[in-house]
Design a protein around this ligand. Structure first.
Ligand code: ZN
Length: 166
């Protein structure tokens, strides 16, 4: 757990090091458990970033810079954009609402001051647990579901996605 906390701080440092007066989208995979780099974490990340790039293009949003890093938290993408962060957040929310696998993506938008645009400030409900539909934070805090159960659910959903696609 300490390592994960450390990595989260590290991600913040990395994000701040890009500091350039631009808004930023941060995208990663929401993988449960201590080991974030397990199947299908990489596959979900690739799908997430591809969907994101396509969707931004469809909405005529130019990306100034893209950085992708490997970390103990899995792969993380940083996209710098010269637009209002709240507008970008809205676009990201629409992307999430139109994607079956988006519940496994962790998409955050930061304004040019580096401050995160919260779901709350956009009148959005907190994320739901993908197993039981209760608030995700609550299940996480209480460790209501085992890592194995969570990972199994992700693998099942990813396999379903692959079946439907073909
Ligand atoms: Zn739950």
């Amino acid at each position: 757990m300490n390592r994960i906390l450390f990595e989260k701080e590290h991600v913040k440092d990395i994000r701040n090091s890009f500091n350039s007066n631009l808004a930023m989208i941060q995208i990663m995979v929401n993988m449960p458990g201590p080991n974030k780099n397990i199947y299908p974490s990489y596959e979900l990340f690739q799908l997430g970033i591809k969907s994101m790039l396509t969707y931004l293009k469809q909405n005529n949003i130019d990306i100034k810079n893209i950085y992708i890093i490997h970390s103990a938290l899995g792969m993380i993408g940083f996209l710098q954009i010269n637009k209002d962060a709240r507008y970008i957040k809205k676009i990201c929310i629409m992307l999430e609402q139109n994607n079956y696998l988006s519940k496994y993506w962790d998409i955050d938008v930061f304004n040019k001051m580096g401050i995160k645009i919260s779901r709350n400030s956009m009148q959005l409900a907190a994320r739901k647990c993908f197993i039981c539909d209760r608030p995700a934070k609550e299940c996480c805090f209480l460790q209501r579901h085992s890592t194995e159960q969570l990972v199994d659910k992700i693998i099942n959903d990813y396999n379903k996605f692959l079946c439907c696609k073909n």
